[in-house]
Design a binder for this molecule. Structure first.
Ligand SMILES: [Fe+2]
Ligand SMILES: [Fe+2]
Length: 360
């Protein structure tokens, strides 16, 4: 658990093999968040053959979501890499062993979101030769997001792990307030087209819009003190709670005050949210910490936390998506909780075994 400030994070190249992006990285466990910038200044590294500012045709085993901050991003997709059988992570379209016919170019503007499924071919460039975005990726133990290298054994381990995720995904469908924002294919999403709902009404006043892919869930969330409040102290926000999802809050506007507790298994709570005064066992709390624009709050899976706002808060909330677990009412489909516990244990074991090579 931590609060990060972008201004304090060192800049590096992000994926120099196929893109001119430079940026800053916040590395979680299952989540990786990067603030990426594309401009003329980094011409020494490999970019696009046509001289545009962006990334050449490529894929990665990570799922990816771009939130556009400045500039207009053009993206097009080329299907799953399995159909092409490429040996490298980036591909010259004219030299591909199997012909690739990329779809139409799509455009994403500030506030809009572009989702790229794992193992899906894509290329991007920026109109007017400049772009700034958040890039959210699923993190893979032993796979370098920097140079795409794998630690020995990591690739096989991940492929098995990902296959298991796919099986869970086919088996379990969680109950959420709508179903039309699943994005199984790559594409651009406009928040305007998404309906608003409560986000986690059991313990929070947050309202917002949700879009999700496969391993990633992204929500654009608003807290304001005109929504009737359920915190015992009467402040607007979220009660002490935990969730099996890892979470990153990217603060857009306003201030979020947070307090962290320990991992939930040291407390033994039966419910996902509770009154601190009534809980058995010690809850190791931090002081209240404040995060404003330019900050990111990282909350590990199964970790207790609470939040309150001053007046109004706008954030992007990135979470891991869990097949069969509802981010809305915290319910589990039958057997989904067991399946996820095993899956998460396997992730933790991979994490201890494999350490990827990164520029940080
Ligand atoms: Fe990418
Ligand atoms: Fe939370």
């Amino acid at each position: 658990m931590a609060i990060y400030k972008w201004e304090e994070i060192k800049e590096t190249m992000i994926t120099p093999g196929y893109s001119i992006t430079k940026g800053k990285s916040i590395i979680g466990n299952m989540l990786l968040l990067q603030r990426v910038e594309f401009d003329e200044g980094v011409a020494h590294c490999q970019g696009r053959a046509d001289g545009n500012i962006g990334a050449a045709f490529h894929y990665h085993p990570e799922e990816q979501i771009f939130i556009i901050l400045k500039g207009t991003m053009k993206a097009r997709f080329g299907g799953s890499v399995k159909d092409v059988g490429s040996e490298t992570t980036h591909i010259n379209l004219d030299e591909a062993a199997v012909p690739i016919s990329p779809g139409e170019w799509q455009s994403a503007s500030p506030g809009e979101v572009c989702r790229i499924p794992a193992y899906t071919l894509h290329e991007v460039y920026w109109e007017n030769r400049y772009g700034l975005a958040y890039s959210l990726k699923s993190r893979i133990p032993g796979h370098s997001w920097y140079d795409q290298s794998w630690q020995p054994g990591a690739k096989d381990a991940w492929e098995k792990h990902f296959e298991n995720f796919r099986i869970m995904n086919d088996k379990f469908k969680e109950t959420v307030p709508w179903d039309k924002v699943y994005l199984n294919n790559g594409g651009i999403v406009k928040w305007d087209a998404i309906e608003e709902s409560m986000i986690t009404p059991g313990y929070s006043i947050a309202r917002g819009k949700s879009m999700y892919g496969n391993m990633l869930l992204l929500q654009r969330v608003e807290f304001s003190d005109d929504v009737s409040c359920i915190r015992p102290d009467g402040k607007a926000g979220a009660n002490f709670h935990y969730h099996p999802e890892e979470q990153m809050f990217i603060i857009v506007e306003g201030t979020m005050n947070v307090r962290f507790g320990s991992a939930v298994n040291s407390v033994g709570a039966e419910t996902t949210h509770f009154d601190l005064n009534k809980i058995q066992g010690p809850v190791a709390e931090t002081e209240w910490l404040s995060a404003g624009h330019g900050s990111v709050i990282h909350i590990p899976a199964y970790t207790l936390h609470e939040a309150c706002i001053d007046k109004y808060l706008l954030v992007y909330s990135a979470k891991t998506r869990i097949p069969g677990h509802s981010w809305y009412d915290e319910s589990w489909q039958p057997e989904a909780q067991n399946a996820w516990s095993k899956h998460f244990e396997n992730f933790t074991a991979m994490n201890e075994r494999f350490k990827e090579t990164l520029p940080l």
